[in-house]
Design a protein around this ligand. Structure first.
Ligand code: NAD
Ligand code: UFG
Length: 336
């Protein structure tokens, strides 16, 4: 059985759907700080069966030990964490507590339960502003914000753990920009409050929840002046987790660090145009000042994941926009 911490969240739900369809047994574990129990019901409707979900906190040793005592877990995918870059600057202790201390408690409980296969949600944030794109895994690691530093610290903790306990198999997955939704439209991204990220902002403009998109910066050294990112369909990302889990279950007893991205970048304005085409909805937008802390352009080199995990992102920007729109159109208020 595979434990998905943070399994009721955006990426966890989509990964659970892919793993269950592939025949895996999963147990979700979540404190619902950034997700809703209804989302798990939607997952159950997609896969046509009950999905065990335990409410608890990764920072609680009692919760974690209880989970491993009650479920025959043989591998963990660790999604649970806080992910808002801006918030991380204002609440550093909360971010280090959730993301770093929470991971330490989980790892100690895994050691006690003798579970040694671990897939970790890292982030392209660990690179900060790169020297070149596409970014290889060997690029310098200089995260530009607190959130990115929490991810890098956990990567380093896991590398140290592996030196001391070489029997562990650990995949560090550095995600680029996850977007889109399950093609059925029952689950998708449902941020609390006003979205920080581009795609949920765009979809909420499309359904009329927000009046217009602000494009942060029109004078970057990019083809159209707006920022460029590597947008990866969340179903491709979910399949990347399935590949990483299959790798870990073969007990390679090493630490594998892999980018999960598409290998190409799109600008904000390209994404807006693709979304308008997919949805048939105009997205009113206005170019405003750059957002503090934003990097002009970057995208990942996914060749290592292809070689080592046999995984490549297959879905296009048009697929991403179609599925993001399908989710938001059917659920204008998200899971509310
Ligand atoms: P999400 O917020 O939708 O999911 C995270 C889940 O973890 C939520 O359901 C939340 O309730 C839960 N959680 C948080 N703290 C917890 C705790 N202490 N104990 C138990 N549960 C807890 O976010 P997501 O987009 O699905 O991201 C999943 C992981 O991927 C996170 O670790 C995030 O940092 C990482 N990541 C996300 C992105 C992105 O842009 N979405 C990019 C790179 C990396
Ligand atoms: N953008 C806008 N307007 C908005 C929101 C975003 O123009 O309202 C622009 C940004 O300036 C940037 C692009 O859209 O050029 C993407 O911005 P996001 O906020 O969607 O994503 P980021 O690239 O800033 O960061 C995201 C996640 C991080 C993750 C990182 C990995 O928020 O958690 O991708 O690449 F680590």
């Amino acid at each position: 059985m595979i434990l998905l911490t943070g399994g009721a969240g955006y990426i966890g739900l989509h990964t659970a759907a892919v793993l269950i369809e592939a025949g895996q047994q999963v147990v979700l574990f979540d404190n619902f700080s950034n997700s809703k129990p209804l989302a798990v019901k939607r997952l159950e409707a997609i896969v046509g069966r009950a999905v065990p979900c335990v409410e608890g906190d990764v920072r609680s040793r009692a919760d974690m030990d209880g989970l491993f005592d009650q479920h025959p877990v043989n591998a963990v995918i660790h999604f649970a964490g806080l992910k808002a870059v801006g918030e991380s600057a204002n609440q550093p202790l909360r971010y280090y507590d959730n993301n770093v201390a929470g991971t330490l408690v989980l790892l100690a409980a895994m050691q006690r339960a003798e579970v040694r296969r671990f897939v970790f949600s890292s982030s392209a944030c660990v690179y900060g502003e790169p020297d070149v794109s596409p970014i290889p895994e060997s690029a310098a690691l200089r995260p530009a914000n607190t959130y990115g530093r929490t991810k890098l610290m956990v990567e380093e903790i896991l590398r140290d753990l592996h030196v001391a306990a070489p029997g562990w198999s650990i995949a560090l997955l550095r995600y680029f920009n996850p977007v889109g939704a399950h093609p059925g439209g029952q689950i998708g991204e449902d941020p609390n409050g006003i979205p920080n990220n581009l795609m949920p902002f765009v979809t909420q403009v499309a359904v009329g929840r927000l009046p217009e998109l602000q494009v942060f910066g029109g004078d970057y050294p990019t083809p159209d002046g707006s920022g460029v990112r590597d947008y990866i369909h969340v179903m491709d990302l979910a399949e990347g987790h399935r590949a990483a889990l299959d790798w870990a279950l073969r007990d390679p007893q090493e630490v594998l660090t892999a980018n999960l991205g598409t290998g190409r970048g799109y600008s904000v304005l390209e994404l807006v145009r693709a979304f308008e085409k997919a949805s048939g909805k105009p997205i009113p937008h206005r170019i405003v000042a750059r957002r503090a802390g934003d990097v002009p352009a970057y995208w990942g080199d996914p060749s290592l994941a292809r070689q080592r995990l046999g995984w490549t992102a297959r879905r296009t920007l048009d697929d991403i926009c179609r599925d993001a729109w399908n989710w938001q159109r059917r659920n204008p208020q998200g899971f509310a």
